[in-house]
Unconditional design. Sequence first.
Length: 201
Amino acid sequence: MSPRPTSGGPTSTAEPDLGRVWTVPNLLSFGRLLCVPLFLWLLFGRDNRLAAAWLLAALGCTDWVDGFIARRYNQVSTLGKILDPAADRILLAVGVISILAYGAVPAVIAWLAIVREVSVAVLALVLAALGAKRIDVIWWGKTGTFLLMIAFPLFLLGDGHGLAYAVALVVSIAGLVAGWYANVLYVPQGLAALREGRSRR
């Protein structure tokens, strides 16, 4: 979980204990992962589109909340830096694929989101395999993910028409632009991390 800007106010200046596991942000990330099956059950098992949409929106909001708590209350951890973006990727991927299968989102938007997430995951795995230093998620990437986590519940709520669908289109396009711009920025960062990782070895 990379450091995220807060909405203002003082933050703790003490050095964080990066080895902690049971922090509030980490518990929220675990909770997001545990709710993924519930989302799938609501959407496909119960065919409750509205409940699934509201759950997905609530889970997306916890992504901002755990980052805020981590920075504000000095609960940044090494596990959180890995767990938070992993939970984001899994939740977004499951949400996008499920809503695409449900037929509530334009295929081109869903596939652009899926390809973007897969490309980031592949880049991270390749860099790790080559011995690169781990790079944190940048602001553009977090913003893109956050906007998509707003847009896809709206697609589900709108189900192809109405104000919710129109807003979802606008927000999803903004999220895709931010996300793909982050991908462009990750390339030089990844090369620099690879050089640094190899120099340390």
